[in-house]
Design a protein around this ligand. Structure first.
Ligand code: HEM
Length: 181
């Protein structure tokens, strides 16, 4: 992933994809928060498909995001940031990409071995719906663990963004916030 030359902000397309992904991932977390408890079968099966529909949009956006990052790179971090802060920011972003990839992969695989046909947007079925309880159990465990990791990363990310916006005021957060000058 290259560094942008001469740019101080992310490209507009990167900002649009970033905010759409943030909104949809949080929406998917809301849809999925009831999966851990008891549910009527019809509700669980329908909710799985709703959750997977949003998840498939996130998947497409994620692929577009990787392409945009490869094409445009990222603007440089403020020179006033200490080296350890720059390292932390760098690794937190890599962790975000990795956890989202695990989330998507295990989500799709969980859906493929679920005991109901999971049909994003009613367009196609991710599996037969026959179910494989053993595979489902451990895939769902990884999916759930990745959920915990992504929530931790979101909290860290929002805290860092607010710290730079309100306290340090070094223009770092504005690189993703500013849509016009
Ligand atoms: C976009 C990122 C995603 C997030 C944040 C997310 C989040 C979650 C959460 C929080 C759960 C419930 C875990 C628990 O009980 O604590 C869950 C379950 C599940 N997710 Fe995802 N998920 C994502 C993507 C996907 C995708 C892409 C698919 C499939 C295409 C998928 C399919 C499933 C299935 C089948 C379950 C199990 C439902 C059940 O327990 O009945 N997820 N997900």
């Amino acid at each position: 992933m290259s560094q942008m030359t001469g740019r101080i902000d992310y490209a507009i397309s990167q900002k649009v994809v970033h905010w759409l992904m943030a909104f949809l991932i949080i929406m998917d977390l809301f849809i999925a928060q009831k999966f851990g408890g008891a549910m009527e079968d019809w509700d669980r099966f329908e909710s799985r498909s709703d959750h997977a529909s949003v998840g498939m949009v996130v998947t497409v956006l994620f692929l577009i995001r990787i392409y945009l990052r490869w094409k445009f790179g990222a603007p440089p971090l403020p020179a006033t940031m200490r080296p350890w802060e720059q390292t932390l920011a760098h690794w937190a972003h890599i962790a975000f990409y990795a956890v989202i990839a695990v989330m998507i992969l295990t989500g799709i695989l969980t859906a493929m071995v679920a005991n109901s046909a999971v049909t994003p947007f009613s367009l196609f079925a991710l599996g037969s719906g026959e179910g494989n309880a053993e595979a489902y159990g451990w895939l769902r465990f990884v999916h759930e663990t990745a959920t915990k990791a992504i929530i931790g990363l979101i909290v860290l990310h929002v805290a860092a963004a607010l710290y730079h916006l309100v306290w340090v005021r070094d223009g770092m957060t504005e690189r993703m916030l500013r849509f016009w000058r």
